[in-house]
Write a protein that binds this ligand. Structure first.
Ligand code: CAA
Length: 263
């Protein structure tokens, strides 16, 4: 891989988008490599992912403007689909993904962070959807996910004005869950991932699916989704061990590592 680094420490995988010359902008090759990296993650052993950008200045400065500058309408649509497919894979990935936003998260950078389950950022982070200033719409999910995360009014204001916001404002509007000094960001992201990784993997995976799928339907259908995923946890080793430990008052016992059962 030229532009993606992937490392695993204990049960946490760290994916780093590494194209510093272009502030980690997403060209087709970066998107392809990210797609391949996600396919290569061993979800039997890795229980949470951290996604970040290389360097101290930029998480991801957007889709590659040079590559997009000469596209036809049809090619533009295809490029949008390429980004959307990878981001959707990230959003629906079996295990939780934490975006550790270490600087610019503009356009496709803001959009990829919104495909992750949780966003935290450094104090120097800048978020924005500058696309209308470039003559295009946000095309990797920004017109859809921003409104779902920060509300319609704020999303429309950010997108129509193309105004960037700093970390403290991103925190205020709920785009990120926490802001850290830059040097503390990755340790904080890994700690958060490790906390998730200690919990029962099938239960965590089912929570992600229940929340994601439930948000797409009405409440009557949503609670049925929850019931199925709740029921799915029973008879697993983790459910037996987790409840058994409680009843035996042995809270120190670690939950067993249960391989994912892809259904
Ligand atoms: N695409 C391609 N190259 C980019 C890039 C991008 N999105 N962002 C930065 N770069 C490149 C620059 O061209 C520059 O390359 P050279 O050194 O070869 O000239 C290098 O990265 C460093 O950038 P700057 O010199 O501009 O750095 P700066 O500190 O002065 O400014 C910045 C930083 C404010 C982030 C500025 O680079 C910038 O505005 N970048 C573009 C941000 C943007 O508009 N992103 C949205 C893209 S559209 C999109 O993402 C569509 C979509 O929804 C799918």
């Amino acid at each position: 891989m030229e532009f993606i680094n992937y490392e695993v420490e204990d049960m946490v995988g760290v994916i780093t988008i590494n194209r510093p010359k272009a502030l980690n902008a997403l060209n087709s090759q970066v998107l392809d490599e990210l797609n391949e990296t996600l396919d290569s993650v061993d979800v039997n052993t890795v229980r949470a992912l951290v996604l970040t950008g290389a360097g101290e200045k930029s998480f991801v400065a957007g889709a590659d403007i040079g590559e997009m500058s000469t596209l036809s309408k049809a090619e533009g649509e295809t490029f949008g689909k390429k980004g959307n497919d990878v981001f959707r894979k990230l959003e629906t990935f079996h295990i939780p993904v934490i975006a550790a936003v270490n600087g610019f998260a503009l356009g496709g950078g803001c959009e990829i962070s919104m495909s992750c389950d949780i966003r935290i950022c450094s104090e120097n982070a800048i978020f924005g959807q500058p696309e209308v200033g470039l003559g295009i719409t946000p095309g990797f999910g920004g017109t859809q996910r921003l409104a779902r995360i920060v509300g319609v009014g704020m999303a429309k204001q950010m997108i129509y004005t193309a105004r960037n916001i700093k970390a403290d404002e991103a925190f205020r509007i709920g785009l990120v869950n926490a802001v850290y000094p830059l040097e503390e960001l990755i340790p904080a992201a890994k700690k958060l991932a490790a906390t998730i990784a200690k919990n029962a993997p099938i239960a965590v995976r089912n929570c992600k699916k229940a929340i994601n799928d439930g948000l797409q339907v009405n409440m009557d259908e949503a609670i049925v989704i929850e019931e199925k995923l709740f029921g799915d946890c029973f008879e697993t080793e983790d459910q037996r061990a987790g409840m058994g430990n409680f009843l035996e008052k042995d809270k120190e016992k670690k939950l067993k590592v249960v391989p994912f059962q892809n259904k």
